[in-house]
Design a protein around this ligand. Structure first.
Ligand code: BG6
Length: 310
């Protein structure tokens, strides 16, 4: 079933019980449940009324990742651009249903959202005066969530963008979390302000972490978020999520830790509460190292498929 709630969010549920909830504000996926378990972290103080980007879920970053550089067409935009703080349109849903009740596990539902330059608020329009159309498709299947974005230049002036899916995963404990798939990858450490290379086979998160990885295999490497607290035949621990990427070669790993969470008004709970910084990890697929340039009429597509392994 697909329901539009309060004119501001869309909920979809599969016959087998999996569900997603998406706010039109930012087309932000704020909940994804499979096997009765929530997969995404959402701050208990996240602001969902459209006055701020959502602290949690999967905010969409476009047309600039991070603070915009000086002397660039995006310079007047806020951090991470306007897509996550604009109201998107719900374009509709499509289902694929299996024909026998036995194969109900193959059912999927796809929800499409659109954001167009002519629907932007005046502030964003004047800060970034280009003509574009974004279509964001969110597909729920039994064990996975697919989020794909298509960006089209609908005008005749070329523009450049970076984009990213700022996914907040709900995890058991960041202290025992490991990310597989980034070994030997160069990265920029935004905390230490240095360039480095991933020397350990897995990424672990010992404190405030803000890194942008540029894996040599680009989007072809599958990432896994694992938990190393129990016995596992996998050297990184028990895989909890698997992330496949399409046209999004770069990966941001972010956790603000206790101190960073303390400084964010919309981050809760605070302190060492297992539902606070310890219970979340952002692993963000994106295309952020190089600007993507789109001439008038051209389009670009990228995204991710996340599998929940329970
Ligand atoms: C990450 C950035 O993607 O997003 C961090 O790498 C940033 O530098 C984080 O702090 C959160 O950003 P914001 O704007 O949602 O507070």
């Amino acid at each position: 079933t697909v329901d539009i709630v309060d004119n501001g969010r869309v909920r979809a549920t599969l016959p087998s019980g999996e569900s997603i909830e998406i706010l039109l504000h930012g087309a932000t996926v704020i909940s994804w449940k499979s096997n009765g378990v929530e997969n995404l972290w959402l701050s208990e103080k996240a602001i969902l009324d459209g006055s701020k980007p959502v602290r949690g879920g999967i905010p969409v970053v476009f047309p600039v990742f991070g603070p915009p550089p000086a002397n660039h067409a995006t310079s007047a935009l806020p951090q991470h651009g306007f897509a996550r703080s604009s109201r998107w349109e719900f374009l509709g849903s499509s289902k694929s249903e299996s024909d026998t009740p036995k194969s109900a596990g193959d059912d999927t539902v796809k929800l499409d959202f659109g954001l167009y330059s002519n629907g932007l608020d005046e502030k964003s329009k004047s800060a970034w005066p280009y003509e574009f159309g974004l279509v964001y498709s969110v597909t729920l299947s039994k064990d996975s969530l697919r989020t794909m974005i298509t960006i089209q230049n609908t005008g005749d002036k070329a523009f450049e963008f970076t984009t990213l899916l700022h996914s907040y995963f709900k995890i058991k404990d960041v202290h025992t979390a490991r990310i597989a798939g980034l070994s030997a990858s160069p990265y920029v450490d935004k905390v230490l302000k240095t360039d480095a290379t991933q020397s350990e086979p897995f990424v672990s998160i010992p404190g405030t972490t803000d890194r942008v990885y540029y894996p040599p295999g680009g989007a072809s490497t599958i990432l896994a978020i694992c938990d190393a607290s129990g016995a596992s035949s996998n050297p990184a621990g028990t895989p909890r999520f698997e992330i496949s990427r399409d046209n999004m070669p770069d990966v941001v790993v972010w956790n603000p830790w206790k101190e960073g969470a303390e400084a964010m008004g919309d981050f809760a709970p605070k302190g060492d509460d297992p539902k606070g910084y310890r219970g979340m990890l952002c692993v963000e697929a994106g295309s952020v190292k190089e600007w993507v340039k789109l001439e008038g009429g051209e389009s670009w597509e990228g995204g991710q498929v996340v599998k929940s392994l329970l």
